[in-house]
Design a protein around this ligand. Sequence first.
Ligand code: MTE
Ligand code: MO
Length: 510
Amino acid sequence: MDSVTRVTPQDRLLAGAAGVAAVALGAGLGELAAALFVPAASPFAAIGGALIDLAPSWAKDLAIGLFGTRDKDALLTGIALVLAAVAFGAGLLERRRPYAGAVAFGILGVVGAAVAMGRSGIGPLAWVPSIVAGGVALLVLRALIARLGAADPEAGADRRRFLIWTGSAAALGVIALAAGAVARAGAQSLEAVRTAFRLPAPAVPAAPVPASAELGIEGLAPVITPNDSFYRIDTALVVPRLDPADWSLRVHGMVEREVVLTWDELLAAPLQEAHVTLACVSNPVGGDLIGNALWLGLPVREVLARAGVQADADMVLSRSVDGFTASTPLEVLTDDRDALLAVGMNGEPLPLEHGFPVRLVVPGLYGYVSATKWVTELEVTRFDRATAYWTTRGWSERGPIKLQSRIDVPRGDRADAGDTVIAGVAWQQHVGVKGVEVRIDDGPWQTAELATAISDDTWVQWSIPWTAEPGEHDIECRAIGADGETQTEDVRPPAPDGAQGRHRIRVTVG
Ligand SMILES: Nc1nc2c(c(=O)[nH]1)N[C@H]1C(S)=C(S)[C@@H](COP(=O)(O)O)O[C@H]1N2
Ligand SMILES: [Mo]
C-alpha cells in the first residue's frame, strides 16, 4: 500500500468526526427551518414521535419509570446519541467509498420527511425540515471527506484546514440548534399570550352582516375570509414577536405634543368594529391577494387628535417593530372612515402573522401604504419630507385601490354543460360597487345580480345564470363603481400602483 491510500487510526477518527459534524450542521439547520416555518415538523420530533408510537408499552412504562416526566428529554438525548453513532459510522464509510456514507444521511432525511408527512395536521410543507437536514448532512459530509482525502497526512496545514472546516460545521450546527430552540420558545410563549387574551367588547359594534351578503355558491370566495385562509404579505422573513406587555405606540413628528399609547390604554379606549376588505397592490387581475374581515380597533383619528396634528402635515408614516414603513395620506386617517388601530380580526386577537398585537387597517388603500402590521410608531410628516418602504423601491407613494372584479366560478378551466352559474367578487373599497356585467365570447354585456354589500368598504359577491353549451368559451367581467366608473379594459401590471384590466377566463364545457 502506498502512503496516499493508507488509512491510519487518526484518519478514521477524523472521518468519524466529519460525519458527526455533518449531521450536527444538517440537524441544526433542519431544526431551525422547522422552528421558523413548520414548527410541528421538527426532524427530531418526527423520528422521536414515530419511535414513541412504535415502542411497545413496556418500553414506554420503563422509560417513564426511569426518567419520569423527563422521559421526552431522555428520548431526544437517546435519539441524538444514536444519530451521533450512525454519523460516525457514515463518516468512516464515506472515507472508504465516496457517497457510501453520505447517502445514509439522504435516506435518514427521506425517512424523517415520510414520517412527518404521515403525521396529520402538519401541512403540505411537513417534509421540508427533514429534507433540509438530510440534504445538508449529505453535502457537508461529502465535502469534508473530499478535503480529508486531499489532505496529505504529512502536510500539517491541510490537516489544520480540514479540522477548521469540520469544527466550523459542528459549531454552526450547534448555533442553528440553539437559534431554533430560542425561536420555538418565543413563538410558543407568544401564541400562549395571544390565546389567553380576551378581546374587549366593542363600544361601537358592526351592524350584523345581512344574510343576503353571502350567496353561498360553491367555489365562490366566502364574503368573510377566515383568518387561516386570509392572504399574508409582508417583508418579514421571521414573524416579529411583539409581546403586548411591551407594546406601545409613539405618535410624534408634526404634532402639538408627543403621545405614547400603551396596550392597557388602547384596550381601555372605546373600540369600534368594521368590516374592511384588505387588498395587496401586487394582486394581479384575477388574483387572490385580497380578503375581507371584521376588524376591532380604535379609530386612528382619535389617536391623532390626542397628539394634535400640525396644519401643514399631509402624511402619516407608520412604522412596524421590524422597520417596515407605510405612507398614508393624513386625510384618510382623519376623515370619518373606519381607519383602525386594530387588535381583533374576525372575533379573535390578530394572528401573529397578521400583526399581533396591533396593526393598521385603512379602507380604500392598498396594504403597502396603509396596513402596517406590528405597528409601533406613527410619525406625522409630509410626502415631500419622508418616503416609505415600497416607495423607495419604485412603487407609488399613494395607493388608492382600483375598481376590480374577479370570476371565481367556474373554478378551473372546465365546466359541465347545462344550466349553471358564473359568480365572483367585485370591489373598490370606500367607493363601493353598484354593478357587475358579464359577457360570454365577446357577446353583449349582461347585468349580473349583486349580493348585498356589507358596506362600501368591502367587496361584494355577484352571480349570473349561464346555460353552458359544449365547446370553449371566454367569460369576462367588469365592475361599475358607485361613482359611475366602469372598470377599464386598459391593462396595467401591478407595479407601480396596482393592476388594472379585466378578468377573463377560458373554460371548456363538455
Ligand atoms: N410590518 C409590515 N406590515 C405590512 C407589510 C410588511 O411587509 N410589514 N406589508 C403590507 C402589505 S404589502 C400588505 S398587502 C398587507 C397584508 O396584510 P395581511 O398579511 O394581513 O394580509 O400588510 C401590509 N403591512
Ligand atoms: Mo401588499
